[in-house]
Design a protein around this ligand. Structure first.
Ligand code: HEC
Length: 114
C-alpha cells in the first residue's frame, strides 16, 4: 500500500515537472499585454532573424518575413527561448532580450494579433 502511494506521488511530481518544462509559455504573465505582428514582432524578426530567414533561399527553408509565415512556425518561441528540443536562435548571435522574448510569448499567448 505504501509503495503504491509513493508511486502515485512520484508520478504526480514527474507530471508537474514535465508540464512545466513542456510549456514555458505559461510562465509569462501576459495580462494586458497584446503585442501585434506589425508593431512588435516584425521589427524583432527584421533585426535578428530575416538576415538568414529571408525570402531568398532562407536557412532551414524557413522564411520569417510575413505575418502568416511567422505565425505558422511552431518552433518560433522554443528557439528564441533556448528551450530543449529546438536549435537556439538567433544562430551564432546573442540571445534576444527578455523584453523581446516576452513580446513573442505574449503575442502567441494572446492570439497572434496582426
Ligand atoms: C546566422 C543565421 C541565422 C539567424 C540570424 C537566425 N537563424 Fe534560425 N536557423 C538558422 C539555421 C542554419 C537553421 C537550421 C538549424 C541549424 O542549423 O541550427 C535555423 C533554424 C531555425 C528554426 C528551426 C529550429 C528547429 O529546432 O527546428 C527556427 C524556428 C528558427 N531558425 C528561428 C529563428 C529566429 C526566430 C531567429 C531570430 C530571432 C533566427 N532563427 C535567426 C540560421 C539562422
Amino acid at each position: 500500500m505504501q509503495k503504491k502511494f509513493l508511486g502515485i506521488a512520484l508520478f504526480c511530481a514527474a507530471t508537474a515537472l514535465f508540464s512545466c518544462t513542456q510549456d514555458p509559455l505559461k510562465d509569462f504573465d501576459c495580462a494586458g499585454s497584446t503585442p501585434t505582428y506589425t508593431t512588435d514582432i516584425a521589427p524583432i524578426m527584421a533585426a535578428n532573424c530575416t538576415g538568414c530567414h529571408g525570402t531568398t533561399s532562407p536557412s532551414d527553408n524557413l522564411d520569417l518575413t510575413t505575418y502568416a509565415k511567422v505565425k505558422a512556425e511552431g518552433d518560433l518561441f522554443c528557439s528564441v527561448n533556448y528551450d530543449n528540443g529546438c536549435e537556439s536562435m538567433p544562430k551564432g548571435g546573442a540571445k534576444l532580450s527578455d523584453a523581446d522574448i516576452k513580446k513573442i510569448a505574449c503575442w502567441i499567448n494572446n492570439g497572434y494579433k496582426e
